[in-house]
Design a protein around this ligand. Sequence first.
Ligand SMILES: [Zn+2]
Length: 186
Amino acid sequence: MSAAVAGAADAGTEAAGIGATRVGLGYDVHAFAAPEADRPLILGGVHIEHERGLLGHSDADVLVHAVADALLGALRAGDIGEHFPDTDPAFAGADSLVLLVRVGEMVRARGWQVVDVDTVIIAQAPRLSPYREEMRGRLATALELAIDQVGVKATTTEGLGFEGRGEGIAAQAIVLLRAAGEGCAC
Ligand SMILES: [Zn+2]
C-alpha cells in the first residue's frame, strides 16, 4: 500500500476498493473586464494575447477553475469556492495553477488517481487553438499527469449567448478518477 493510500485510510476516507472509479464535472464562467482594467487573459495557466482579461478575485483562470471543480466533484468534496473562498485575501490575484496543484494533492491524499481529464472552453474570441498544447501541458504538469491524459478544446457559440456576445468565457471539464491501489505506479 502506498503512503498516499495509507494516509487516506488514516484520514477516514474510503476510496471504495481497488478498481473503483469516479467521474466529476466542472463548469465555470467569468465575465470580461473592461479593456481599461488592463487585466491579463489567463487560460489553463497560459497568457493569451487579447485586449481584455477576465474579472475575478484570483487570476480568473476559468479553465483551471472548471478542472479543479471537476476533481472536487469526483471527490464529493464540495467546490472550489469552499476550498479557496474569494473573500480570502490570500487568493487575491492568485495563480490558479497553484490551487490546482493543491486539489491534485487532495485527490492523491484521499486515495485516488486521475485517469483522464477533458475540457472545453467556450469563447467567441480570441482564437485559442494556437495555445492548446501549452494549456494541456500546464494542466498536466499541475496534476502530475502525462499530456495525453489531458484534453483541451475550444468552441464558439456562433455568436449566441453571453459567450457569443463577447461578455465572458465559460469552461467545462470532466475527469475520471480511479482508486489508487497496490501495484499502481502512483
Ligand atoms: Zn472561476
